[in-house]
Design a protein around this ligand. Structure first.
Ligand code: PPS
Length: 356
Protein backbone atom coordinates (compact mmCIF):
# COMPACT_ATOMS: atom_id res chain seq x y z
CA UNK A 1 0.00 0.00 0.00
CA UNK A 2 1.31 3.42 -0.99
CA UNK A 3 2.62 5.59 1.87
CA UNK A 4 1.55 9.24 1.97
CA UNK A 5 2.86 12.05 4.10
CA UNK A 6 0.55 14.91 5.02
CA UNK A 7 0.91 18.26 6.57
CA UNK A 8 -2.77 18.95 7.15
CA UNK A 9 -4.50 16.91 9.81
CA UNK A 10 -7.86 16.77 8.00
CA UNK A 11 -6.43 15.37 4.78
CA UNK A 12 -4.17 13.00 6.70
CA UNK A 13 -7.09 11.72 8.76
CA UNK A 14 -9.14 11.27 5.62
CA UNK A 15 -6.45 9.29 3.83
CA UNK A 16 -5.73 7.24 6.94
CA UNK A 17 -9.39 6.29 6.95
CA UNK A 18 -9.25 5.40 3.26
CA UNK A 19 -6.08 3.38 3.70
CA UNK A 20 -7.53 1.54 6.70
CA UNK A 21 -10.69 0.75 4.76
CA UNK A 22 -8.62 -0.31 1.78
CA UNK A 23 -6.36 -2.55 3.80
CA UNK A 24 -9.42 -4.17 5.38
CA UNK A 25 -10.67 -5.15 1.93
CA UNK A 26 -8.93 -7.75 -0.19
CA UNK A 27 -7.17 -6.25 -3.19
CA UNK A 28 -8.62 -7.38 -6.50
CA UNK A 29 -6.13 -8.83 -8.93
CA UNK A 30 -6.28 -7.27 -12.40
CA UNK A 31 -8.12 -9.69 -14.73
CA UNK A 32 -5.80 -8.93 -17.66
CA UNK A 33 -2.11 -8.69 -18.34
CA UNK A 34 -0.71 -5.64 -20.09
CA UNK A 35 1.60 -6.22 -23.03
CA UNK A 36 3.94 -3.61 -24.44
CA UNK A 37 3.27 -2.78 -28.07
CA UNK A 38 6.35 -3.08 -30.26
CA UNK A 39 7.53 0.12 -31.94
CA UNK A 40 7.10 -1.48 -35.36
CA UNK A 41 3.39 -1.97 -34.69
CA UNK A 42 2.96 1.54 -33.26
CA UNK A 43 4.47 2.94 -36.45
CA UNK A 44 1.25 1.89 -38.19
CA UNK A 45 -0.96 3.57 -35.57
CA UNK A 46 -3.07 6.26 -37.26
CA UNK A 47 -2.54 8.88 -34.54
CA UNK A 48 0.78 10.67 -33.99
CA UNK A 49 1.70 12.54 -30.84
CA UNK A 50 4.34 15.22 -30.68
CA UNK A 51 3.80 15.59 -26.95
CA UNK A 52 2.36 13.49 -24.18
CA UNK A 53 2.37 9.72 -23.92
CA UNK A 54 3.73 8.06 -27.05
CA UNK A 55 4.04 4.42 -26.03
CA UNK A 56 1.17 2.01 -25.57
CA UNK A 57 0.22 -1.26 -23.90
CA UNK A 58 -2.58 -3.70 -24.73
CA UNK A 59 -4.74 -5.81 -22.42
CA UNK A 60 -4.69 -9.54 -22.85
CA UNK A 61 -7.40 -10.76 -23.14
CA UNK A 62 -9.54 -7.94 -24.54
CA UNK A 63 -7.08 -6.21 -26.85
CA UNK A 64 -7.73 -2.82 -25.24
CA UNK A 65 -4.99 -0.44 -26.35
CA UNK A 66 -4.02 2.08 -23.69
CA UNK A 67 -1.30 4.66 -23.14
CA UNK A 68 1.64 2.98 -21.36
CA UNK A 69 0.98 5.22 -18.35
CA UNK A 70 -2.12 3.12 -17.70
CA UNK A 71 0.03 0.10 -16.75
CA UNK A 72 1.22 1.82 -13.58
CA UNK A 73 -2.30 2.83 -12.52
CA UNK A 74 -4.39 -0.12 -13.78
CA UNK A 75 -4.53 -1.80 -10.39
CA UNK A 76 -5.62 1.43 -8.69
CA UNK A 77 -8.48 1.81 -11.17
CA UNK A 78 -9.44 -1.82 -10.65
CA UNK A 79 -9.47 -1.24 -6.90
CA UNK A 80 -11.03 2.22 -7.08
CA UNK A 81 -12.50 3.16 -3.69
CA UNK A 82 -16.19 3.81 -4.28
CA UNK A 83 -18.88 5.27 -2.05
CA UNK A 84 -22.52 4.23 -1.99
CA UNK A 85 -23.64 7.65 -3.23
CA UNK A 86 -21.14 7.85 -6.11
CA UNK A 87 -22.45 8.02 -9.65
CA UNK A 88 -20.00 6.64 -12.21
CA UNK A 89 -20.59 7.87 -15.77
CA UNK A 90 -18.88 5.42 -18.09
CA UNK A 91 -18.75 5.51 -21.88
CA UNK A 92 -16.63 4.72 -24.89
CA UNK A 93 -14.92 8.02 -25.85
CA UNK A 94 -17.01 10.58 -27.76
CA UNK A 95 -20.34 9.03 -26.76
CA UNK A 96 -21.66 12.07 -24.88
CA UNK A 97 -19.92 11.45 -21.54
CA UNK A 98 -19.56 15.14 -20.64
CA UNK A 99 -23.18 15.90 -21.55
CA UNK A 100 -24.62 13.06 -19.48
CA UNK A 101 -22.30 13.81 -16.54
CA UNK A 102 -23.52 17.44 -16.56
CA UNK A 103 -27.10 16.18 -16.67
CA UNK A 104 -26.44 13.88 -13.72
CA UNK A 105 -24.89 16.74 -11.72
CA UNK A 106 -27.85 19.02 -12.42
CA UNK A 107 -30.33 16.28 -11.49
CA UNK A 108 -28.53 15.87 -8.18
CA UNK A 109 -28.27 19.64 -7.67
CA UNK A 110 -31.41 21.15 -9.21
CA UNK A 111 -31.26 24.17 -6.88
CA UNK A 112 -27.73 25.10 -7.88
CA UNK A 113 -28.12 25.62 -11.64
CA UNK A 114 -27.01 29.24 -11.40
CA UNK A 115 -23.62 28.11 -10.07
CA UNK A 116 -22.81 26.29 -13.33
CA UNK A 117 -21.31 29.42 -14.86
CA UNK A 118 -18.69 29.72 -12.12
CA UNK A 119 -16.66 26.58 -12.76
CA UNK A 120 -15.79 24.33 -15.72
CA UNK A 121 -17.74 21.09 -16.08
CA UNK A 122 -14.75 18.95 -15.09
CA UNK A 123 -14.92 20.45 -11.60
CA UNK A 124 -18.35 18.89 -11.22
CA UNK A 125 -17.44 15.53 -12.74
CA UNK A 126 -13.85 14.36 -12.82
CA UNK A 127 -12.52 12.35 -15.78
CA UNK A 128 -10.36 9.92 -13.84
CA UNK A 129 -8.60 8.74 -17.00
CA UNK A 130 -6.68 12.03 -17.26
CA UNK A 131 -4.13 10.39 -14.98
CA UNK A 132 -2.98 8.14 -17.79
CA UNK A 133 -4.23 10.03 -20.87
CA UNK A 134 -2.49 13.31 -20.05
CA UNK A 135 -0.63 12.86 -16.77
CA UNK A 136 0.19 16.17 -15.12
CA UNK A 137 3.87 16.89 -14.50
CA UNK A 138 5.20 19.10 -11.71
CA UNK A 139 6.44 21.69 -14.24
CA UNK A 140 2.98 22.06 -15.84
CA UNK A 141 1.87 24.53 -13.18
CA UNK A 142 -1.77 24.25 -14.29
CA UNK A 143 -4.78 25.35 -12.18
CA UNK A 144 -5.55 21.66 -11.69
CA UNK A 145 -2.08 21.05 -10.30
CA UNK A 146 -2.51 24.00 -7.93
CA UNK A 147 -5.78 22.44 -6.79
CA UNK A 148 -4.05 19.10 -6.25
CA UNK A 149 -1.25 20.67 -4.20
CA UNK A 150 -3.72 22.48 -2.02
CA UNK A 151 -6.31 19.69 -1.62
CA UNK A 152 -3.93 16.72 -1.40
CA UNK A 153 -0.78 17.99 0.32
CA UNK A 154 1.87 15.30 0.28
CA UNK A 155 0.17 13.42 -2.56
CA UNK A 156 2.38 12.16 -5.40
CA UNK A 157 1.60 12.90 -9.03
CA UNK A 158 2.71 9.44 -10.12
CA UNK A 159 -0.05 7.92 -7.99
CA UNK A 160 -2.64 9.64 -10.16
CA UNK A 161 -3.66 13.23 -9.58
CA UNK A 162 -7.34 12.89 -10.43
CA UNK A 163 -7.60 9.65 -8.46
CA UNK A 164 -6.30 11.44 -5.37
CA UNK A 165 -8.45 14.52 -5.97
CA UNK A 166 -11.45 12.21 -6.27
CA UNK A 167 -10.48 10.53 -2.99
CA UNK A 168 -10.84 13.83 -1.10
CA UNK A 169 -13.83 15.14 -3.09
CA UNK A 170 -17.05 15.64 -1.13
CA UNK A 171 -20.02 13.34 -1.73
CA UNK A 172 -21.92 12.78 -3.86
CA UNK A 173 -19.18 12.38 -6.47
CA UNK A 174 -19.67 12.02 -10.19
CA UNK A 175 -16.78 10.03 -11.63
CA UNK A 176 -16.30 9.87 -15.39
CA UNK A 177 -14.31 7.18 -17.14
CA UNK A 178 -13.90 5.69 -20.59
CA UNK A 179 -12.53 2.44 -19.21
CA UNK A 180 -14.62 -0.61 -20.04
CA UNK A 181 -16.52 -1.89 -17.04
CA UNK A 182 -14.38 -5.03 -16.70
CA UNK A 183 -11.34 -2.83 -15.96
CA UNK A 184 -13.12 -1.07 -13.09
CA UNK A 185 -13.75 -2.25 -9.54
CA UNK A 186 -15.58 -5.58 -9.94
CA UNK A 187 -17.78 -4.69 -6.93
CA UNK A 188 -18.80 -1.36 -8.48
CA UNK A 189 -22.40 -2.28 -9.31
CA UNK A 190 -22.98 -3.54 -5.79
CA UNK A 191 -21.64 -0.32 -4.29
CA UNK A 192 -22.90 2.60 -6.36
CA UNK A 193 -24.89 3.68 -9.39
CA UNK A 194 -23.44 3.57 -12.89
CA UNK A 195 -24.75 5.40 -15.94
CA UNK A 196 -23.38 3.98 -19.19
CA UNK A 197 -23.67 6.21 -22.25
CA UNK A 198 -23.93 4.55 -25.65
CA UNK A 199 -23.71 6.37 -29.00
CA UNK A 200 -23.97 4.93 -32.47
CA UNK A 201 -20.55 3.83 -33.74
CA UNK A 202 -20.75 5.84 -36.97
CA UNK A 203 -20.95 9.17 -35.13
CA UNK A 204 -18.51 8.06 -32.41
CA UNK A 205 -15.98 7.37 -35.15
CA UNK A 206 -16.48 10.79 -36.78
CA UNK A 207 -16.43 12.62 -33.46
CA UNK A 208 -13.20 10.87 -32.43
CA UNK A 209 -11.51 11.63 -35.77
CA UNK A 210 -12.48 15.29 -35.59
CA UNK A 211 -11.55 15.58 -31.91
CA UNK A 212 -8.08 14.09 -32.42
CA UNK A 213 -7.66 16.43 -35.38
CA UNK A 214 -8.35 19.40 -33.08
CA UNK A 215 -5.93 18.32 -30.34
CA UNK A 216 -2.71 20.28 -30.09
CA UNK A 217 0.30 17.99 -30.16
CA UNK A 218 -1.65 15.31 -32.04
CA UNK A 219 -1.92 14.63 -35.77
CA UNK A 220 -4.01 12.09 -37.60
CA UNK A 221 -2.02 11.60 -40.82
CA UNK A 222 -4.60 9.35 -42.48
CA UNK A 223 -7.79 9.80 -44.47
CA UNK A 224 -11.07 9.23 -42.66
CA UNK A 225 -11.56 5.87 -44.47
CA UNK A 226 -8.32 4.47 -42.96
CA UNK A 227 -9.14 5.86 -39.54
CA UNK A 228 -12.62 4.29 -39.66
CA UNK A 229 -11.07 0.93 -40.59
CA UNK A 230 -8.75 1.17 -37.56
CA UNK A 231 -11.76 2.01 -35.41
CA UNK A 232 -13.66 -1.02 -36.71
CA UNK A 233 -10.68 -3.30 -36.16
CA UNK A 234 -10.56 -2.18 -32.52
CA UNK A 235 -6.99 -0.96 -32.80
CA UNK A 236 -7.53 2.58 -31.48
CA UNK A 237 -7.08 3.47 -27.82
CA UNK A 238 -9.77 2.06 -25.51
CA UNK A 239 -9.95 -0.88 -27.88
CA UNK A 240 -12.86 -2.63 -29.56
CA UNK A 241 -16.03 -0.51 -29.54
CA UNK A 242 -18.51 -3.44 -29.33
CA UNK A 243 -16.66 -5.18 -26.51
CA UNK A 244 -16.80 -1.94 -24.53
CA UNK A 245 -20.53 -1.64 -25.09
CA UNK A 246 -21.12 -5.32 -24.36
CA UNK A 247 -19.28 -5.06 -21.00
CA UNK A 248 -22.04 -2.68 -19.85
CA UNK A 249 -24.95 -4.09 -21.84
CA UNK A 250 -24.65 -7.50 -20.16
CA UNK A 251 -25.52 -5.75 -16.84
CA UNK A 252 -28.43 -3.74 -18.29
CA UNK A 253 -30.96 -5.38 -15.96
CA UNK A 254 -28.89 -4.66 -12.85
CA UNK A 255 -30.77 -2.13 -10.68
CA UNK A 256 -27.60 -0.05 -10.29
CA UNK A 257 -26.89 0.29 -14.02
CA UNK A 258 -28.71 2.61 -16.38
CA UNK A 259 -27.87 2.66 -20.08
CA UNK A 260 -28.66 5.91 -21.84
CA UNK A 261 -28.42 6.30 -25.61
CA UNK A 262 -27.06 9.58 -26.99
CA UNK A 263 -29.61 9.46 -29.81
CA UNK A 264 -32.51 9.08 -27.35
CA UNK A 265 -31.21 12.12 -25.47
CA UNK A 266 -31.20 14.06 -28.73
CA UNK A 267 -34.69 12.90 -29.75
CA UNK A 268 -36.51 13.32 -26.43
CA UNK A 269 -34.27 14.72 -23.74
CA UNK A 270 -37.09 15.37 -21.25
CA UNK A 271 -38.14 11.74 -21.37
CA UNK A 272 -34.53 10.57 -20.85
CA UNK A 273 -34.08 13.00 -17.96
CA UNK A 274 -37.18 11.56 -16.30
CA UNK A 275 -35.74 8.05 -16.60
CA UNK A 276 -32.39 9.21 -15.27
CA UNK A 277 -33.86 11.08 -12.32
CA UNK A 278 -35.93 8.07 -11.35
CA UNK A 279 -32.81 5.87 -11.62
CA UNK A 280 -30.97 8.31 -9.36
CA UNK A 281 -33.87 8.26 -6.91
CA UNK A 282 -34.67 11.94 -7.36
CA UNK A 283 -38.10 13.39 -7.76
CA UNK A 284 -38.02 16.60 -9.76
CA UNK A 285 -40.84 18.81 -10.93
CA UNK A 286 -41.47 19.31 -14.63
CA UNK A 287 -40.26 22.90 -14.28
CA UNK A 288 -37.00 21.73 -12.74
CA UNK A 289 -36.53 19.18 -15.50
CA UNK A 290 -37.22 21.79 -18.17
CA UNK A 291 -34.61 24.10 -16.60
CA UNK A 292 -32.10 21.26 -16.64
CA UNK A 293 -32.83 20.61 -20.31
CA UNK A 294 -32.07 24.27 -20.99
CA UNK A 295 -28.91 24.44 -18.84
CA UNK A 296 -27.48 21.27 -20.35
CA UNK A 297 -28.39 22.04 -23.95
CA UNK A 298 -25.58 21.94 -26.48
CA UNK A 299 -25.65 25.73 -26.92
CA UNK A 300 -25.54 26.52 -23.20
CA UNK A 301 -22.79 23.98 -22.49
CA UNK A 302 -20.74 25.24 -25.42
CA UNK A 303 -21.11 28.85 -24.26
CA UNK A 304 -20.07 27.94 -20.70
CA UNK A 305 -17.10 25.98 -22.00
CA UNK A 306 -15.88 29.01 -23.99
CA UNK A 307 -15.24 30.77 -20.67
CA UNK A 308 -12.91 27.96 -19.60
CA UNK A 309 -11.32 26.86 -22.90
CA UNK A 310 -9.64 23.47 -22.91
CA UNK A 311 -6.16 24.69 -23.64
CA UNK A 312 -4.94 21.87 -25.84
CA UNK A 313 -7.76 22.07 -28.43
CA UNK A 314 -7.85 24.03 -31.67
CA UNK A 315 -11.60 24.57 -31.56
CA UNK A 316 -14.46 23.77 -29.26
CA UNK A 317 -14.90 20.46 -27.52
CA UNK A 318 -18.61 21.06 -28.23
CA UNK A 319 -18.20 20.50 -31.96
CA UNK A 320 -21.57 19.66 -33.59
CA UNK A 321 -23.61 17.64 -31.12
CA UNK A 322 -25.75 15.99 -33.79
CA UNK A 323 -26.86 12.58 -34.95
CA UNK A 324 -25.73 11.60 -38.45
CA UNK A 325 -22.53 13.62 -39.09
CA UNK A 326 -21.21 10.35 -40.52
CA UNK A 327 -23.07 10.95 -43.76
CA UNK A 328 -20.96 14.09 -44.32
CA UNK A 329 -17.75 12.08 -44.00
CA UNK A 330 -18.17 8.55 -45.32
CA UNK A 331 -18.08 7.40 -48.94
CA UNK A 332 -20.79 4.91 -50.03
CA UNK A 333 -18.11 2.16 -49.93
CA UNK A 334 -17.11 3.01 -46.37
CA UNK A 335 -20.75 3.24 -45.35
CA UNK A 336 -21.37 -0.27 -46.75
CA UNK A 337 -18.33 -1.57 -44.87
CA UNK A 338 -19.55 0.02 -41.63
CA UNK A 339 -23.04 -1.30 -42.22
CA UNK A 340 -21.77 -4.89 -42.57
CA UNK A 341 -19.63 -4.50 -39.45
CA UNK A 342 -22.54 -3.16 -37.39
CA UNK A 343 -24.85 -5.97 -38.54
CA UNK A 344 -22.26 -8.61 -37.72
CA UNK A 345 -21.32 -7.19 -34.32
CA UNK A 346 -24.80 -6.33 -33.10
CA UNK A 347 -26.42 -9.62 -34.21
CA UNK A 348 -28.16 -11.26 -31.26
CA UNK A 349 -27.34 -8.44 -28.83
CA UNK A 350 -30.68 -6.62 -29.03
CA UNK A 351 -28.79 -3.33 -29.44
CA UNK A 352 -30.16 -1.02 -32.11
CA UNK A 353 -29.06 2.53 -32.81
CA UNK A 354 -30.72 5.45 -34.50
CA UNK A 355 -28.54 6.94 -37.24
CA UNK A 356 -30.52 10.04 -38.11
S1 PPS B 1 -14.96 12.64 -24.51
O1 PPS B 1 -13.88 13.58 -24.90
O2 PPS B 1 -14.65 11.28 -25.00
O3 PPS B 1 -15.27 12.66 -23.09
O4 PPS B 1 -16.23 13.13 -25.31
P1 PPS B 1 -17.76 12.86 -24.94
O5 PPS B 1 -18.20 13.85 -23.95
O6 PPS B 1 -17.98 11.42 -24.64
O7 PPS B 1 -18.50 13.14 -26.32
C1 PPS B 1 -18.32 14.35 -27.02
C2 PPS B 1 -19.45 14.47 -28.00
O8 PPS B 1 -20.66 14.81 -27.30
C3 PPS B 1 -21.18 16.02 -27.85
N1 PPS B 1 -21.91 16.79 -26.83
C4 PPS B 1 -23.22 17.06 -26.90
N2 PPS B 1 -24.16 16.72 -27.81
C5 PPS B 1 -25.42 17.18 -27.59
N3 PPS B 1 -25.77 17.96 -26.55
C6 PPS B 1 -24.86 18.32 -25.61
N4 PPS B 1 -25.22 19.09 -24.58
C7 PPS B 1 -23.51 17.86 -25.77
N5 PPS B 1 -22.38 18.01 -25.06
C8 PPS B 1 -21.41 17.36 -25.71
C9 PPS B 1 -19.92 16.74 -28.33
O9 PPS B 1 -20.22 17.81 -29.18
C10 PPS B 1 -19.19 15.59 -29.02
O10 PPS B 1 -19.83 15.17 -30.21
P2 PPS B 1 -19.50 15.77 -31.67
O11 PPS B 1 -20.25 14.89 -32.63
O12 PPS B 1 -18.03 15.68 -31.87
O13 PPS B 1 -20.02 17.16 -31.68
Amino acid sequence: MQKFTYNTPVCAAYFTLILQTASAMPEHQLPVILEEIPEKEMARYPVRRTKGVKTFVRTKPGGVLMPATYAHLAKRFYNLELRSDDVVVAAYPKSGTVWVAEVVWTLLNPHALDTLEAKPHHHRATLLDMDFLHPTRAEDNSPLLQRFLSECPGGRLEDGMTLQLAAVAPSPRILKTHLPINLLNPDMLNICKVVYVARNPRDVCVSLYRFLGMMKGVTVPVEFQDFAESFMSGSLHYGPYWDHLEQAWRHRDHPNLHVVFYEDMKKDVLQELKKLSSFLGRSLTDDQLRSIVEYTSFGRMKARDAKFPVVDLNGSFFRKGEIGDWKNMASPQLDALMDGWIKEKSRGTGITFKYE
